[in-house]
Design a protein around this ligand. Structure first.
Ligand code: FUL
Ligand code: CA
Length: 491
């Protein structure tokens, strides 16, 4: 009997499989995000809480000599603070567990200058725990900021202090569950109380903290914690404290040493590239835009009425999250241990603006077509399924494809949001947006980097029967995990 699997049948079968089986996924391009960074990208907006004896001294930088007795927030309620975060749409909270003044908000074994010396909860309190628990209950991620500079500790400047600092991190990393961030600021003003010495201590920022050894502890004990610092690592400082990234902001980054320095890590860096990142950079290190809601990072009575409005926050959102970065809002409790009412109002309004504006994706009622769909495993329906893990991709040779939406009746919109499928890298170099207005295509916007998110905010709403996103440059085939067209709401 003739074999069922003759050479001819096998060849036929092979051909058939090539054409009917799954299209191969695009090859990853350039530096790629780690699983912990992918989770961080989903967070988008979170808050940074400053609350220590420095609040009660009405200062921005405590000298390290405040009497712990002044730390007595009688109405402190972590649940209420976290509820305001939630209303603002913030998805995480980073608590300054120790600021430059050296006062630890948890009963640490590493220094007596901690919350147990204060009247808070009769010396039995643990504010890190209270914030952490409130976050877990409300479904927010939790992270910590433990200042390396410590103006209270007499050991500061010696290697013994570095050991203390590492031990503080170890306590924070092992007692409060999974952390999404470990935030490390770069400040060192020199002078401080230092156990009564009241002197100036200079350290060599390149070598003193031995960050590679210190951050190995983070990796071991909190593998999902994103390391933030001015020199980057998982997340880079955006280079300003005003809350916005460069109009072009690549998630990839190659640090540049400061003038006269040779090292990029650890090292003194030239921060001028931080807002923009580096196209084709060596590492995936997206930007975080940190900015206080009020003028200061700490609460000050004289700053009443200076809280950023919901609309101002929305503008910052467009210039941070809308440029592939994150927005980290400084939120500071007052001496009662609660948020100022105007802060609560701003956050609530901001939450409504973001949730309301991005609620109704006009693409979901559009007819959508594309110039170069890769195959049936990368369908256009993946653009609007609200799932970052599914994506549309272009054919291998198509580096400048377009996607076109059309509606039977004209639609009015002013926001366009695009997301690349970043597990395969930041691929697109530039794109244009065209709209069908009064029967002809008109170019309405052009931009560069996309990455995890790019929001184009038009100066004024337009009314159109079609919209086209045209990639104008990419070295490789492109991907989009989500696409949306919206109309901003007003409060
Ligand atoms: C800076 C600090 O010096 C400020 O006090 C504040 O904590 C800010 C978020 O980081 O480096
Ligand atoms: Ca999707």
């Amino acid at each position: 009997m003739k074999s069922l699997f003759s050479l001819g049948t096998i060849l036929l079968f092979l051909f058939a499989s090539i054409f009917s089986f799954a299209q191969k996924a695009p090859t990853p391009y350039g530096a790629l995000p780690s699983p912990r960074q992918l989770k961080w990208h989903e967070t988008e907006v979170y808050g940074l809480v400053h609350f220590t004896p420095t609040t009660f001294e009405n200062k921005e930088w405590g000298y390290g000599d405040a009497n712990p007795a002044i730390f007595n927030p009688k109405d402190f309620d972590a649940d209420k603070i976290v509820a305001a975060f939630k209303a603002g749409g913030l998805k995480g909270l980073v608590l300054v567990a120790k600021h430059h003044d050296g006062f630890a908000l948890w009963p640490t074994k590493t220094t007596s200058y901690n919350i147990s010396q204060s009247p808070f909860r009769n010396g039995k309190g643990d504010m890190v725990r209270e914030f952490e628990q409130a976050c877990r209950k409300a479904g927010l991620k939790f992270g910590v900021y433990c200042s390396p500079w410590d103006r209270n500790n007499p050991l500061y400047g010696s290697f013994d202090y570095v050991k203390v600092y590492r031990e503080q991190l170890r306590e924070l990393y092992t007692q409060y569950g999974e952390l999404f961030m470990s935030w490390h600021d770069g400040a060192n003003g020199g002078d401080g109380y230092y156990g009564g010495a009241r002197t100036t201590k200079k350290i060599d920022r390149n070598t003193y903290y031995a960050w590679d050894t210190t951050w190995a502890i983070t990796r071991k004990l909190q593998p999902m914690a994103n390391l933030f610092s001015d020199i980057g690592w998982d997340v880079r400082w955006v280079g300003n404290e005003s809350g916005f990234a460069g109009e072009t902001s690549w998630a990839t980054f190659t640090p540049v040493p400061a003038k006269g320095e040779s090292m990029t890590f650890p090292g003194n860096l030239d921060h001028t590239q931080n807002p923009f990142g580096t196209r084709g950079g060596n590492n995936w290190v997206p930007a975080e835009c940190d900015v206080p809601l009020r003028p200061g990072w700490f609460w000050h009575p004289e700053q009443k009425g200076k809280s950023k409005s919901a609309e101002q926050l929305f503008t910052l959102y467009l210039k941070s999250v809308g440029r592939g970065a994150a927005l980290d809002l400084g939120i500071a409790p007052d001496t009662r241990g609660l948020l100022d009412e105007e802060d609560v109002r701003s956050l609530e309004g901001f939450g409504k603006l973001v949730a309301g504006s991005f609620q109704n994706n006009l693409l979901s009622t559009a007819q959508i077509k594309a110039s170069d769909t890769r195959g049936k495993d990368y369908p256009l329906t993946y653009l609007t399924d609200n799932n970052w893990n599914t994506y549309w991709a272009s054919k291998e040779e198509a580096h400048t494809p377009f996607i076109e939406a059309s509606w039977k009746t004209a639609q009015t919109f002013d926001l366009i949001r695009l997301r690349e499928y970043i597990p395969l890298g930041q691929r697109i170099e530039s794109f244009e947006v065209e709209a069908m207005i009064d029967g002809s295509w008109k170019k309405i916007a052009a931009a560069t980097s996309i990455g995890a998110c790019r929001i184009i905010a038009l100066d004024a709403p337009i009314t159109a029967t079609g919209l086209r996103i045209r990639v104008t440059a990419s070295p490789v085939a492109v991907t989009f995990s989500e696409m949306g067209i919206y109309k901003k709401v007003n409060l």
